[in-house]
Design a protein around this ligand. Structure first.
Ligand code: ADP
Length: 500
């Protein structure tokens, strides 16, 4: 295996234990956020958007320096830090800042019923919820956090944010970026520490929680939120399938599967983890993957490298165990398979497994590292069954030249999003909801107007138009009125039903 080089990584020791937030500090942060909420919630969406746009400009102007920081702390290639994190965050900030006024404006709602539309006016108002707790993971420390943070802020909430204990420096940087945009004090605060700090935050008087991380921790977060009766969103793991039909552009499909699996060293919730390829082209497809595995640049400067380090030893040992289990279960290693641990980090060769079983680890479990499982299928029904045969349902991709077939198939896949002739592109499309079904989560992190509105309380407002003395259905009741209403209901939902 070629020697893998990484720029001097930032280690946890350099961060220092003393930065971990204590319970009184978390309590104080939430209390300060509550105070700040009274002011921030009164700031107009247009003004809030100005802060976010200024912060975006700071991120844009300092992108290379911040890319180095992300790369050093997470081990990912600098190119991925720049493109998959910084560019994505800049775009989401731009999209929502430009549309915050429109998405948060009180909306007039047309009433469907003739009687109601003649007598009432209806509105929906979007009001901030209060203090939002946001807990995020280490795999995309900037973009995974920036999206919910800025949506919650633009919606008028204050935020107490806990980054992963594996990437606290980028976590603090996010607050610095937003402060550079002039964000007032205590509107966004960061607390530092591991799971116990996240758990402590959930015991505090917060009004909503957004969590991105593993399914196991997501369940704990949901339980804590249910106890407090507060809304929550969970964006969890995935074991995303890709289905490749024989009529697909195989070159593009192989490139997509390869990048979709090995980018970020495979540590992406929406990575391509299982490929199902039509039998007639399976050998060609696997051959194309093998070629790419050999040419992936593992060494050179952080800008040159194409394969990053795994985040830590825990992940390294986990992926090693999953690979060994899969091989014991009969999977054939057609590329990679080697793991390397040295003073600069934990690395894993891009590994491709071919199998005809669905009970091996690489098919059953979420693999959060550079291991891709490939299996051949004969019929479309078989491909759908195999693709859906997982507890997860984050995203999926389909490769075929037949667009109609792809759109019909997309409906049959149990996934929060589907890419056609593409991979891992939905998260960076802010117009689309990004979230999962089954064990991949509840709700979504962004996606058009709902991305901002799910950090609000929707208030229904109904106003009478004419100011008559009383409505017909108010007191007094009586036999005559009863008969009249019975007739009216009959007319309205029978003879006049075409008006509804
Ligand atoms: P990982 O083990 O890969 O870091 P997790 O889902 O455990 O995945 O972590 C995602 C985020 O959740 C991190 O910020 C982590 O510190 C936090 N976390 C872990 N356990 C808890 C918990 N019990 N309550 C709240 N947050 C937690």
């Amino acid at each position: 295996m070629a020697v893998l080089e990484s720029v001097d990584p930032i280690t946890q020791e350099k961060i220092g234990e003393s930065l971990v937030s204590t319970e009184p500090e978390i309590e104080r942060a939430v209390a300060q956020a509550r105070k700040a909420f009274f002011v921030w919630s009164q700031v107009s969406p247009a003004e809030r958007a100005c802060f976010i746009i200024k912060a975006r400009d700071y991120l844009r102007d300092n992108r290379e320096e911040i890319a180095v920081l992300i790369s050093r702390e997470s081990g990912k290639p600098q190119f991925e830090a720049l493109v998959s994190e910084i560019a994505v965050a800049i775009d989401i900030m731009t999209y929502y800042s430009r549309r915050a006024c429109e998405f948060l404006a009180r909306a007039r709602v047309p009433l469907h019923s003739l009687v109601m539309s003649l007598s009432k006016k209806a509105y929906i108002a979007y009001e901030p919820v209060g203090v939002v707790g946001i807990i995020t993971p280490w795999n995309y420390p900037l973009s995974n956090a920036m999206s919910p943070v800025i949506c919650a802020l633009l919606a008028g909430n204050t935020v107490v944010y806990k980054p992963s204990e594996a990437t606290p420096i980028v976590g603090r940087k996010i607050v610095e970026i937003l402060r550079a945009g002039g964000l007032p004090e205590n509107v966004l605060q960061v607390i530092i520490g591991a799971g116990d700090v996240g758990a402590a935050l959930l015991t505090m008087p917060i009004d909503q929680v957004h969590f991105t991380g593993s399914a196991a921790t997501g369940r704990t977060v949901a339980e804590a939120a249910a106890k407090k009766m507060i809304p929550y969103t969970l964006e969890l793991g995935g074991s995303d399938p890709m289905i490749v039909f024989e009529d697909a552009n195989l070159e593009r499909a192989a490139n997509a599967a390869f990048w979709g699996r090995f980018a970020n060293a495979g540590q992406t919730c929406a990575a391509v983890k299982r490929v199902f390829v039509e039998e007639s082209v399976a050998d060609r497809f696997v051959g194309a993957l093998k070629e790419r595995a050999q040419s992936l640049k593992r060494s050179g400067s952080s800008i040159e490298r194409e394969l990053g380090a795994l985040i830590n030893e825990k992940q390294f040992l986990l992926i090693k165990r999953q690979l060994e289990d899969s091989i014991r279960g009969g999977a054939q290693v057609v590329a990679g398979g080697l793991a390397l641990k040295d003073s600069r980090g934990h690395f894993f060769e891009p590994t491709i497994l071919v199998t005809d079983r669905d009970d091996i680890c690489a098919m059953k479990e979420e693999t959060f590292g550079p291991v891709l499982a490939v299996r051949a299928f004969k019929t479309e029904d078989e491909a759908v069954r195999l693709a859906n045969n997982t507890d997860y349902g984050l995203s999926a991709s389909i490769f075929t030249k037949n667009k109609e077939r792809a759109l019909a198939l997309a409906r049959r896949l149990q996934a929060g999003s589907v890419s056609i002739n593409d991979a891992m592109a939905v998260f960076s499309t802010p117009e689309l909801p990004f979230g999962g079904v089954k064990s991949s989560g509840i709700g979504f992190s962004h996606g058009g107007a709902d991305g901002l509105r799910h950090f609000t309380r929707r208030k229904g407002i109904l106003a009478d138009r004419w100011g008559s003395k009383a409505e017909l259905y108010w007191y007094p009741y009586g036999e005559k009125k009863y008969r009249l209403f019975s007739k009216l209901i009959g007319w309205l939902y029978d003879t006049l039903d075409f008006l509804n």
